[in-house]
Design a protein around this ligand. Structure first.
Ligand code: SF4
Ligand code: SF4
Length: 618
């Protein structure tokens, strides 16, 4: 099973009723896997929420009503949810409540690699971390029992390699909770006004104390003690999550896994103090193996100091293992060799190994975003100026690369409009300020910033790239499609109406099909030249979603070709527009179209100044 499938299975086995969240790699498969099971387990109530904060609140409302509930998101999503999370932890859980944070060491698909174990420390909430898909399934199931026993929220932290790795998983039974559901009118608990919160804060501290006392007996923590020495040294290791599994592989590689002491943690916060003390007592040197921040290392060092081991035991951590990125197997092998004075040489890459040339990620062929960014460039050229293109998180962020080079900022979800508000306050009028973001991102967190722009009379043009999909994370639906996670019709939220509702006047809203390049350039130029808060909606279904629909409906897209007699080899279509279906032949100095890649969007027809690109008659 994929790690995320195993997590979904554990959620199901735990008798969870409510699951909510926002898609984000590497967490995105968890809720859809549950949604696939809905036909067999109709008690599941699932949703893609508009953002992580709402997703967390939906789940927490379920917990208040005695339903086991899970909120699912990627690590940066927890920042969005944290406003609710940091106070919900005071009132705690009624129905078991787990927040899944899927962290992304190495920023494989994220803007940062923040270490969300610190959210547990910050919120005084226990942090669980599984090291294999099997443990992920078992640990999350246990997390709901634990949450109810201690009336505490649980932060379930994973990393990409766990989410997207695979392993054998032994399934358990699916429990259906036999209990009454419904809200409990306990205002002293759920109304977090200051007089209540002061009391709840004391309860939170008591809960953490109770959990700390239990940490040494936590069933997913284990301690192996060895008296053996390696080159005269007794070694001890502390690890959790994927680093534990990889550490074990590396120790087995050197045949020393039984000759060292190992503390494996499933509960990474609060720490099991007695177990750490026993490990320190049994070791001359302790190595804390963890990706990203020295979270466990600092805990172990603190306990070593408090218990009087800091002079006797040498504690390693970030002096050996890097504080950035995801650890590959080589890192463990090299560092253990260095530590234990073994010899290790990297296996050289065989000469006959196929080396895949590095390639930049780019927008797909037929992507409407490419057409919109190309149109923006055309208008900049015509107006002989440079726009400030404040942008956001989504497929369109790839427009930062050549040849489009169409975005200038990307910080966080919905940040494009907020940043544009600030930039426009000081930017010269000769450089119009655009905020460019996708439909899902606009629903997620663009709306408040648009209202802010209207309210404060900021001078910006918001370009919403409406491809009716949350494509970057796996083509999830959103309020603009009106299809729920269960693939049932919900109520579609119409972007134009929403924008009007935010206070943008009707004459400042433009809508165009992204594939209609000529009209897009025309209307977008009007929008750029207008004043005040303007919104341009560039709409076309994601080309991958559309081509899948064509395939299932047996629709043949238009065939597009290049008239070689007309093609002058100017390369505008490749160097300025850059659809990857367009190929240049060095031999004949002409462009051709790779038909297996072309989606038949026809935009390149309008790009070619020589009218060399044409639609082949059906
Ligand atoms: S833009 Fe037109 S003329 Fe220029 S290389 Fe491409 S197909 Fe040929
Ligand atoms: S029609 Fe042109 S722009 Fe569209 S996918 Fe084919 S080659 Fe690319």
């Amino acid at each position: 099973m994929l790690g995320n499938e195993a997590i979904a299975r554990g959620i199901l086995e735990a008798g969870v009723i409510i699951g909510a969240g926002y898609p984000g790699t590497p967490s995105s498969e968890i809720l859809p896997t549950l949604a696939e099971m809905q036909k067999f387990f109709p008690h599941l109530k699932l949703e893609w929420s508009v953002n992580e904060k709402v997703g967390f609140e939906v789940a927490y409302g379920g917990s208040m009503s005695n339903a086991r509930s899970v909120a699912v998101m990627k690590h940066v999503g927890v920042n969005v949810a944290s406003d609710a999370f940091m106070t919900a932890c005071y009132a705690g859980a009624r129905g078991g409540m787990v927040l899944i944070s899927a962290d992304d060491p190495n920023c494989y698909s994220s803007q940062n690699e923040q270490d969300n174990r610190y959210f547990g420390l910050h919120a005084l909430v226990p942090v669980f971390e599984p090291s294999t898909p099997q443990e992920a399934k078992d640990l999350i199931k246990y997390a709901f029992d634990f949450s109810e026993e201690y009336q505490s929220l649980v932060l379930f932290r994973t990393t990409t390699r766990l989410n997207h790795g695979r392993g054998d998983v032994v399934l358990g039974d699916v429990s259906l909770m036999n209990r009454e559901y419904g809200f409990d009118w306990d205002r002293s608990r759920w109304v977090c006004l200051p007089s209540h919160s002061r009391v709840l804060r004391m309860r939170l501290l008591e809960r953490l104390d109770e959990i700390s006392k239990f940490a040494d007996d936590f069933p997913f923590n284990s301690l192996q003690i060895s008296d053996e020495k390696i080159n005269g040294v007794k070694y001890g290791f502390v690890a959790a999550g994927i680093p534990y599994s990889q550490l074990l592989d590396a120790l087995n590689f050197y045949g020393v896994s039984k000759k060292v002491s190992i503390l494996k943690l499933g509960l990474v916060y609060p720490p099991p103090k007695k177990l750490i003390k026993e490990l320190l007592k049994a070791s001359d040197e302790v190595v804390v193996v963890e990706e990203l921040e020295p979270f466990l290392e600092n805990i172990v060092k603190q306990i070593a100091y408090e218990e009087g081991f800091s002079k006797e035991v040498k504690i390693h951590g970030k002096d050996l293992f890097p504080q950035n990125g995801e650890f590959a197997g080589e890192i463990y092998l090299e560092n253990i060799a260095r530590l234990m004075s073994f010899s290790y040489k990297r296996v050289p890459v065989p000469d006959n190994m196929l080396i895949i040339p590095p390639r930049l990620p780019i927008l797909c062929p037929g992507c409407g975003h490419r057409a919109t960014f190309y149109a923006i460039k055309q208008i900049e050229k015509k107006m002989k100026t440079k726009f400030v293109n404040s942008s956001d998180i989504g497929c369109y962020t790839l427009a930062v690369y050549k040849p489009l080079e169409g975005i200038d900022t990307e910080v966080c979800m919905g940040g494009s409009i907020g940043l544009a508000n600030g930039i426009a306050k000081v930017q010269s009028k000769t450089n119009p300020v655009l905020a460019i973001l996708g439909d899902s991102t606009f629903f997620h967190s663009g709306i408040p910033a648009l209202i802010n722009a209207v309210f404060n009379k900021n001078d910006i043009l918001v370009v919403i790239l409406d491809n009716r999909s949350t494509s970057m994370t796996g083509f999830q639906d959103n309020p603009g499609t009106g299809i729920t996670i269960s693939k049932e019709p919900g109520i579609r939220v119409v972007l134009e109406d929403l924008v009007k509702g935010c206070g943008v006047s009707s004459d400042k809203i433009w809508v165009e099909d992204a594939y209609n390049l000529k009209k897009t350039v025309e209307k977008l130029e009007d929008a750029v030249k207008a004043e005040g808060v303007r919104v341009f909606i560039s709409r076309h279904l994601c080309s991958l979603v559309e081509s899948n629909q064509f395939r299932t409906q047996q629709i043949i897209p238009p065939t597009i070709d290049v008239d070689q007699d007309k093609c002058t080899g100017c390369l505008i279509c490749i160097n300025k527009f850059g659809c990857q279906a367009l190929n240049f032949s060095e031999d004949i100095k002409k462009v051709s179209i790779e038909q297996s890649v072309c989606r038949g969007c026809k935009v390149c027809i309008d790009v070619c100044p020589q009218n060399a690109i044409y639609e082949v008659d059906a």
